[in-house]
Design a protein around this ligand. Structure first.
Ligand SMILES: [Zn+2]
Length: 234
């Protein structure tokens, strides 16, 4: 009997020696808890949006680019659980947070009757220089898990972020404002014509990044675009 319980005992001992902490509130995690403590899981602000009913994220894209439907998993506030999670994911070398969120949201999305069978899941790309510095694209793990749950193909070689060569200081303020949106191009790898694409990002604020990605993809014939993000600023 003691032998059967040994792995659990070792696990508990490990928890005492090397306590794992909640990325939402820094409280100690106990056996069975992963990434977030039970209290943070219960309190995390879910948008409860879906792909059936219109929501405020859909309104963000009206008149800008043709997005069939958009949704977001969480609300991002200036303080709190979601901000902490995203901070650890982006700046503290914790890519497993994206996988955790992708599994959670993916298990919800696969039951969403408003979302048709998706062919491709595309993460918003990072600039290669930034990717080299961070070591990973923070959207990748999340997008891969969504693709897994939706039985779709994950593809990170279709969209590319382009470089700005001119220095920003040489331009006028108005010019800068007009050209603030990052630009993306379709790399030409893989044929996306007639595909249903889910475009995925971390936190959506103005929607400029996703709009630029969507515009690059919409050049292809008969592409239907959907958007899913980890979080959105309400
Ligand atoms: Zn917590």
């Amino acid at each position: 009997m003691i032998l059967l319980k040994l792995p659990n005992i070792i696990n508990d001992l490990n928890t005492v020696l090397l306590p794992r902490l909640c990325f939402g509130c820094n409280a100690r995690l106990y056996r069975g808890e992963q990434t977030l403590c039970t209290s943070c899981r219960d309190q995390i602000p879910l948008t409860e949006f879906n792909f059936e009913e219109e929501n405020s994220l859909d309104h963000t894209f009206y008149g800008r680019v043709d997005i069939k439907k958009a949704s977001s998993f969480l609300f991002y506030h200036d303080i709190g659980i979601v901000k902490n999670l995203i901070h650890y994911l982006k700046y503290k070398n914790q890519p497993q947070i994206g996988i955790f969120l992708g599994d959670w949201y993916g298990s919800i999305l696969k039951k969403d009757r408003g979302l048709p069978q998706i062919d491709l899941v595309l993460p918003v790309p990072m600039h290669p220089k930034k990717l080299k510095k961070r070591g990973y694209n923070q959207v990748e793990g999340f997008a891969k898990r969504l693709a897994h749950h939706l039985n779709a193909t994950f593809a990170d070689d279709i969209l590319m972020k382009t470089t700005h060569t001119q220095t920003q200081t040489q331009k006028s303020r108005i010019f800068r404002w007009q050209h603030q949106a990052p630009s993306f191009v379709k790399s030409g790898v893989g044929n996306i014509a007639n595909k249903k694409i889910l475009l995925v990002d971390d936190v959506i604020t103005t929607g400029a990044t996703l709009e630029a990605c969507a515009k690059a993809l919409a050049e292809e014939r008969n592409v239907t675009l959907y958007i899913a993000t980890m979080a959105m600023v309400p």
